[in-house]
Write a protein that binds this ligand. Sequence first.
Ligand SMILES: O=P(O)(O)OC[C@H]1O[C@H](O)[C@H](O)[C@@H](O)[C@@H]1O
Length: 546
Amino acid sequence: MPQATSLPAWHALQEHHKEISQQHMRDWFEADPQRFDKFSLHFEDILFDYSKNLINETTVSLLLDLARQAGLAEKIGAMYSGQKINTTENRAVLHIALRNRSNRPIYLDGRDVMPDVNRVLEQMRQFSEEVRIGIRRGYTGKRIRDVVNIGIGGSDLGPYTAVTALTPYIKSDFRPHFVSNVDESELLDTLDQCDQETTLFLVASKTFTTQETMINAHSARQWFLAKARDEGAISKHFVAISTNAKLVQEFGIDPDNMFEFWDWVGGRYSLCSAIGLSVALAIGMERFEKILDGAHAVDEHFRTAPFERNIPVLMALLGIWYNNFFGAESHAVLPYDHHLAHLPTYLQQADMESNGKGVDLQGKPVGHQTGPILWGQPGANGQHAFYQLIHQGTKLIPCDFLAGAQSHRHLGAHHPTLMSNFFAQPEALMRGRTLEQARAELKKEGYSGEQLEKLAHAKTFPGNRPTNSFLYRKLTPRTLGSLIALYEHKIFTQGAIWNINSYDQMGVELGKQLANTIQTDMAKDAPTTGHDCSTNGLINYYRQLL
Ligand SMILES: O=P(O)(O)OC[C@H]1O[C@H](O)[C@H](O)[C@@H](O)[C@@H]1O
């Protein structure tokens, strides 16, 4: 596959960019009352409004050409048919199989993976129901009240984001916890809230070798045994979620208490696998399966919708437009739905670990920018922190705004107020405020002369800042599954066009290796000398502080 930069559509977009960058969205909206109809789409109850972007019909058509010329259709086909598109690790990428709610088989090396998927779903169903209704209890016969998921990265962020998102559905006498960091503070603060007799630990790790998770799991085991004093009781309080049966057994977890997943599920794409067990325990398996339904519906949309009406494809192309032609370095995700507070963090791993790559599929340096810096936090909080820079700073930051029309609980004017901000911010970012408008407003307020002039410039907003708005009825399990799948396929599409492998994460390794050698050095009595002088200096000063 040729580099994206050598495709004819790339050159055409470079030329087109010159023309678009001279124009203002405000004028387009004034000239064309149909703009919203042209540039918005519905998927079930989710409205995707992309009309407030720096695009016209030619832009969209050139971006679609780019997708076609980059072989996107073939690449989607390759993923769905189980080809080993994770070429560096020689693995297929089949998270779509985890939520394949159709009767269609999905083959990997000539074998249908669906019986395995369904077997584990059945195991999750049985286990979560037994815990929730109290058939499975702790070693003293008490009901399980606290569930602690111990995992990091993909074995933490997905279920943590989902459990937070679906807080209104959590069983009232049940408390889910997530421990990821190796910093003992997190584990100890959590254990302080728990009782050994009523706590269930889910040790979640695809590889079962991740340092942070293993240390936390061993410490949790010790904490448990300090009270239970019976190794036999472990089977009632520890389960594992992993692809590595051997290491799970070595840790002392009964194979019957292991929930399997497979090397064709990337960690950051594993929410719909057994990694979602904490979600199933918290909200019930039936509702967990609604997440799968929502994700599957989007999988089908992505697979079958023509590119011009394919939401993840359009999300990806708009991202590429800003990333590669406007030089935007970051992308903000701004949920006006407090339950989605962890979505930006979740998407940081999904997007930045997938597309933070500098070589292409042939192992050659890419000749263009790849994945953006993804960041964000819930509105309205962000408005009082970093929106100033988005409105008037010197950087272009495309933003996604997300909101549910209905909230789960009602209190006075809270929700309408939140929603008014959700509508106002993208409008203000698009429209801005001209110098003339600022002058007129100040004049009305009684300003004049030099002071008016100075203030008018400070109060001018350039506008023309691009946003997407996602508006759905209510944050249900199904909607959550759909939103996550939309972003997953956006990431896939961008990786496909950039011709990179979105499914390995070699960049995480070096720091891990160095940490291991440094820990050995730290254990020695002599001052550390084996590193650069800065690292030596830091380690040696740390010793003095102990
Ligand atoms: O699930 P695990 O094998 O414990 O891995 C947990 C995480 O750690 C690694 O460092 C990877 O960068 C992540 O992609 C992964 O999700």
